[in-house]
Design a protein around this ligand. Sequence first.
Ligand code: MRU
Length: 356
Amino acid sequence: MQPVEPIVWTQEGVVMLDQRRLPGEVVYHTYTDYRHVAGAIKDMVIRGAPAIGVAAAMGAALGARQSHAQTIPELRAEFLQICDVLAKTRPTAVDLFWALARMRRKFDAEVAKANPAAAGALPRIREALVEEALAVHRERREQDEAIGHFGAALMPRDGRVMTQCNAGALATGGIGTALGVIRVAVREGHKLEILVPETRPYLQGARLTAWELHQEGIPLKLITDNMVGHTLKTGKIGAIVVGADRIAANGDTANKIGTYPMAVLAREHDVPFYVAAPLSTLDLSIPNGEHIPIEQRPQEEVTHLRGVRIAPDVAAENPAFDVTPAKFIAAIITERGVARAPFTETLAKLAQEPAG
Ligand code: MRU
């Protein structure tokens, strides 16, 4: 069964499934203005690091298509501004910045090839940017399949697997990273039951992961976040697999808030803790997790539950991500293979390998 498509490029614009309304309603919006694509990323219409990268690439291509620039320098100035607007949406997921850097490189490569005097130069650049955004999306699907292939071998043949947040089709545009591993394992005959923590405060586990797995008939049990420790202690969990928003050079990994305590508890209970992510989530420019910016989200997400106040009018904290130190991670599953400690060496080696 083809997993849900969170984002599609059409001639009309960028079509996105509104993830804020799941699981109750399946509603798609068509965005014809790159500023609205930026708004959709910021407002969580689309979320999940790899999918944010796809949305940013499509937003940049859309912005270039919207532009009325008449010359290459005009288009370049506008394009850089478009990329800046898209970059100011969410700070932690490095795929966003990776995708925009790739789109800027594509722009420059096309300009280098173009004859500025030729009538078709600008349309050709615009078309090339659309093609590049579509390539980012297509590669996501291929990367997810490869991650799934490498990760499935690490899953129990028969047992329970825990995840966190939503690192599924909704979060990548492919079959997912963590859920891609689970999907491929199930496809290959593993008998798995997935433990899905609800993932307060935004409930990506309850609303999105439970929905995705249920739609495909993959057995799951939903738990509240404060059941993680008890479940790991008593629940015969064979493995944990989660996604990532940014992985530092030493393997320290930012992922949805609640991932770090899960990893520490996994160590205590001898459960292997795996991170599944494409190499675009690797940030080799930072040596360790201390350099990862953590997004602070509105207090209302904590004081309210889906719009209903659940606490008195008090201040709340809402860091959207935490950083799991590399020492708690058994392996990082990428599209080019599985990295194990020492991650500084193994990740750098995987990143250097030629693509394909
Ligand atoms: O705030 P979100 O929903 O964008 O956070 C998503 C996560 O933390 C995912 O686990 C991560 O982006 C990996 S998605 C394949």
